[in-house]
Design a protein around this ligand. Structure first.
Ligand SMILES: *Cc1c(COP(=O)(O)O)cnc(C)c1O
Length: 372
């Protein structure tokens, strides 16, 4: 059983076939424009541009925000590597900051310290890039004022958080701009794809221009900037539109899994769920965190037990400051991310997991918890 596999069916098939038969196979097309408008409406922002991946969206957003070689960009250390890679694409330096224990999201206090340290060191901080880890929004009520006071734009990495909310506001609406991903394992997929969303129409228009080889609006192929081939295709946008129509029900499935895991582990001493009690989380993935001194077992023990029964789990992301590719990067650390990486375990969370499959996971976990 897989951790989180694409949940597609007849609706996706019908949307794809309709797009194919419409003749809009070249990248642009009506589904692409409709998908952008529908996602922007869902997130509650004015503008969106659909791109080939969340990584491409992060890259273009950083370029458009004016991030230059030698700048510092603050990134939580506990994230998927794409967040930090996008900073590296621009030639800027990712500066890693540790996370809160409860959610695994960027720690606002350490962010504040990092912004002060960088200012004292005379560094230009070009952006702060909080991540909504596993579909739970970061602490924007504290992060946004800190960044505003420092005069640094916030780019929200909401790649995992489509559908999530915090205090009634949707993930993707918090920063100057935000990035979504529609990769195959995300809560809604276009098989591969991403989107940049923002209330800033100029910013989105500039990203759209850069995403199509920065071609000037004249017939003779004129280019005044280095562009990219980053536009999502109309066919994949059609797939995305079908997924968006099913987003609420897919999210309800993932939330139900989270609820069941919460009950399953309630009586297990030394085990908690990451971001437990966050009512707005989309529950893309459910992760447990084990305190082995209380539980008497390690997260890796449970992972091994489940793997032997054909059930896939994953460790929580290995922090960026421990990655060989970012060795030597500046980091403000508390040890929390390393602890979550060592003692966290992500459980099967897919919206296409059947009740019978979930029951198999449940009984394997119960088996493990009650073994002698
Ligand atoms: C998936 C993901 C991305 C990148 O999205 P792609 O579409 O795979 O390029 C970026 N950030 C985070 C936190 C992600 O989980």
């Amino acid at each position: 059983m897989l951790l989180s596999s694409p949940d597609v069916g007849p609706l996706e098939e019908s949307y794809l076939i309709r797009a194919l038969r419409s003749g809009w196979v070249a990248p642009a097309g009506p589904d692409l424009e409709a998908f952008e408008r529908e996602v922007a409406d869902r997130v509650g922002v004015g503008h969106a541009v659909a791109l080939t991946s969340g990584s491409a969206a992060l890259h273009l957003a950083l370029v458009t925000l004016g991030v230059r070689p030698g700048d510092a960009v603050v990134v939580p250390t506990l994230t998927f590597v794409a967040t930090a890679n996008a900073v590296a694409y621009t030639g800027a330096e990712p500066v890693f900051v540790d996370c809160e224990a409860g959610s695994g999201n960027l720690d606002p206090e350490l962010l504040d310290r990092t912004l002060r340290d960088l200012r004292r060191a005379g560094r230009r901080v070009a952006a702060v890039l909080p991540v909504d880890l596993f579909g739970a929004c970061a602490d924007y009520p504290r992060i946004l004022p800190l960044c505003a006071a420092a005069g640094v734009p916030v780019l929200e990495d909401a790649a995992e958080a489509l559908g999530a909310t915090r205090d009634g506001r949707a993930a993707g609406s918090f920063g100057r701009a935000a990035v979504l991903s529609f990769n195959g394992n995300k809560i809604a997929t276009t098989s591969g794809g991403g989107m940049l969303v923002s209330d800033d129409g100029d910013l989105v228009a500039h990203c759209r221009y850069l995403a199509t080889q920065a071609r000037e609006p004249v017939a003779h192929y004129e280019h005044r900037a280095v562009g990219y081939t980053y536009r999502l295709s109309n066919l994949l946008a059609a797939l995305g539109r079908a997924q968006l129509r099913r987003l609420e029900s897919m999210m309800a499935c993932r939330r139900a899994h989270h609820e069941r895991y919460s009950k399953l582990f309630a009586a297990a001493a030394g085990v908690r769920l990451l971001a437990d009690g966050d009512p707005g989380a989309n529950r893309w993935l459910t992760s447990i965190v084990v305190d082995p001194t209380v539980a008497g077992w390690q997260a890796a023990d449970l992972a091994g037990h489940l793997a032997a029964r054909g059930i896939e789990t994953r460790p929580v992301f290995r922090p960026m400051h421990l990655q060989p590719v970012f060795a030597g990067a500046r980091a403000t650390l508390s040890g929390v991310a390393e602890r979550l990486a060592t003692h966290g375990l992500t459980l099967p969370s897919g919206s296409n997991m059947t009740d019978a499959q979930f029951a198999r996971v449940t009984s394997a976990v119960e088996d493990f918890l009650t073994r002698g």
